[in-house]
Design a protein around this ligand. Structure first.
Ligand code: ATP
Length: 314
């Protein structure tokens, strides 16, 4: 097939943003990444998860072309990673890397121009972004003079200023107060809505549940679980329901028939045995002398899945 400009654009828009194929990486004897394969859907927010030392940073460093795989290959929108791709990627590493003695404005201009922006464009975007974080007054401050949270925001601006197609964020909210964390979250979601794909690496599972539609879970360098968060949670369902009710104590007979967990004055979790049915449970509950306020199937949290899956592999 001959690729015209139009067909090329169409192929790019449907190709995975990042495709990692059988990638391995060792440091001496230590195998940090072991035959990892996954594809990141276009415009996804993907959580890259795993315990300490799992191999996440090693993988990210290969995706950002800082290091190269020992074997396997990485494709960016269907093309093998090459020297052009860093300009399409914004990476906020866990160890922050701003020059402490440089002025904020000067630093943003420098970093943006390294990513290919003209001086005028860099200045206009830097001022715009600083305004979004209410940091416009910090242009002539040295990074060292900023609070940790402000430095974090400036580093975030340096990461997104060139409008990358792929954003890789390692613990982006660490050190931010709730207001600034919300502000950054809103900016990440806004960028995502305008077409930026995001890889989000964190140990905070509640943040992953909030932001990510897909996850890849790495342990001991291997990819042990991947897919849509909603599918994965379904895969790990445990036949457990939460009843919210109003009334006297639950009849003792219910406890004889079912395992009751985490009781409070108005809720209880009910664990069914394999093969038992939630509808039968609901019928039993309707026959009791209680007022039912809520009844829902409980899906496991990502935290529970993480602990279960990682400890199974250990
Ligand atoms: N430059 C290096 N030289 C030798 N070993 C390394 C190097 N970088 C990483 N490792 C080892 O490779 C393994 C994977 O490390 P990596 O930093 O990729 O893990 P991680 O998942 O990012 O961990 P964390 O969540 O703690 O940041 C670890 O055992 C680590 O000690």
């Amino acid at each position: 097939m001959i690729l015209t400009a139009d067909t090329t654009a169409a192929a790019i828009s449907t190709a995975p943003v990042i495709e990692v194929r059988n990638v391995s990486k060792a440091y001496g004897e230590k195998i940090a990444v072991d035959d990892v394969t996954f594809a990141m859907p276009p415009d996804a927010i993907l959580g890259l998860l795993g315990p300490n030392g799992a191999g996440k940073t090693s993988l990210i460093r290969m995706i950002t072309t800082i290091t190269v795989p020992d074997s396997g290959e990485i494709l960016f929108q269907g093309t093998h990673l090459n020297g052009y791709h860093p300009t399409q990627i914004g990476y906020l590493p866990e160890e922050r890397g701003l020059y402490k003695q440089m002025y904020v404005g000067e630093q943003l201009l420098y970093l943006a121009q390294l990513k290919g922006l003209s001086a005028a464009e860099a200045e206009s975007r830097a001022r715009d972004w600083l305004g979004k974080f209410e940091l416009e007054g910090q242009w002539k401050k040295k990074v060292d003079e900023l609070s940790k949270g402000m430095q974090q925001q400036v580093q975030f601006i340096a990461t997104v200023i060139h409008d990358p197609k792929l954003l890789i964020l390692d613990e982006p909210f660490s050190g931010l107060d709730p207001v600034n964390a919300n502000r950054m979250r809103a900016e990440i979601l806004r960028l995502h809505a305008s077409g930026t794909a995001v890889i989000f690496s964190t140990h905070r599972m509640e943040q992953v549940e909030e932001l990510c539609e897909y996850i890849v879970l790495i342990d001991h360098g291997r990819n042990i679980l991947q897919g849509k968060v909603s599918d994965i949670r379904r895969q790990f369902v445990e036949n457990r329901y939460r009843l919210a009710y109003h009334g006297e104590a639950l009849p003792a007979a219910l406890g004889e028939r079912y395992e009751l967990l985490n009781p409070t004055v108005s809720t209880v979790d009910i664990q069914l045995k394999p093969g038992e049915d939630g509808n039968d449970l609901l019928r039993t509950l309707l026959a009791l002398d209680i007022r039912i306020q809520g009844f829902q199937e409980l899906l496991p949290s990502l935290n529970e899945i993480f602990i279960k899956r990682v400890s199974v592999v250990d």
